[in-house]
Unconditional design. Structure first.
Length: 253
């Protein structure tokens, strides 16, 4: 029986401190939702997790790029639809002007002016179609299509009007083909790539969560266990003072 050293008290204090550290670590994990809050928690797991996070960030950016491309093609397709509407209007004018023998000279002139206005509208749409600062339909770098402007449409006579109808029909076919190609790119390329990337992103996110995120139910169980151990340690530490008291009682006798 010694009074200079109380080994049992020291052991109890050490165990109590360890229990407090485990409880503190559990509280940190429960509050953050992460089981790796610093490198010391799991050095290897941290390295793996950071690599996964880098891959996840790359995939997310690729998905954003695809979405931007899809928006660009949708904008282009919308402008092509406008061009088709303009062409249908131009065709109706040309059809009316092709009424051989039924139109006066004044009517033919009016049809020509209407066709000129509609053609200008077509060309303006073609020239100004853009996504941000990037032109879409003029065949320049980064554009989605190369739609040539409509020029020299003549409906001054029925014969000229018929030739203009043929030119308009050819342009309608060209634009229909361009819209079909855009739809194919959006469906078979962009959408397919996006679906694959989303699947890969989901799998990587789940894997990264397994490495880095806290299992809340399990960690709460660990917290409760550590809390009980802390309370028990405090109670046992309080009992260690009885040993010196027993020595003093022995000496007094």
């Amino acid at each position: 029986m010694r009074i200079n050293s109380n080994a049992n008290a020291h052991n109890t204090m050490r165990n109590l401190q360890e229990s407090k550290e485990r409880m503190k670590a559990s509280m940190e994990k429960l509050s953050s939702g992460l089981k790796i809050n610093r490198a010391a928690d799991d050095p290897a797991g941290l390295i793996i997790s950071e690599q996964m996070r880098s891959q996840i960030a790359t995939i997310e950016q690729e998905i954003k790029n695809i979405d931007m491309s899809d928006n660009k093609y949708s904008t282009s397709e919308g402008n092509l639809n406008t061009l088709q509407s303009d062409l249908h209007e131009m065709r109706n004018i040309a059809m009316a002007a092709a009424n051989e023998g039924g139109n006066s000279e004044e009517a033919q002139e009016a049809y020509q002016q209407s066709l000129n206005d509609a053609t200008q509208g077509f060309n303006n749409t073609r020239d100004t179609a853009s996504y941000g600062t990037q032109k879409l339909l003029d065949g320049s770098a980064g554009s989605t299509n190369d739609i040539q402007p409509m020029e020299n449409l003549d409906v001054s006579t029925a014969q000229a009007a018929q030739e203009s109808i043929e030119a308009i029909d050819a342009k309608l076919a060209e634009i229909s083909q361009a819209r079909g190609e855009i739809g194919s790119i959006q469906k078979n390329d962009l959408a397919a790539r996006r679906d694959n990337l989303m699947t890969e992103l989901s799998n990587l996110t789940a894997a990264e969560s397994t490495v880095r995120d806290t299992d809340m139910a399990r960690e709460f169980t660990e917290f409760i266990k550590s809390e009980i151990q802390v309370k028990a340690g405090i109670a046992m530490l309080a009992q260690q003072k009885q040993v010196p008291n027993l020595v003093m009682s022995f000496l007094q006798e």
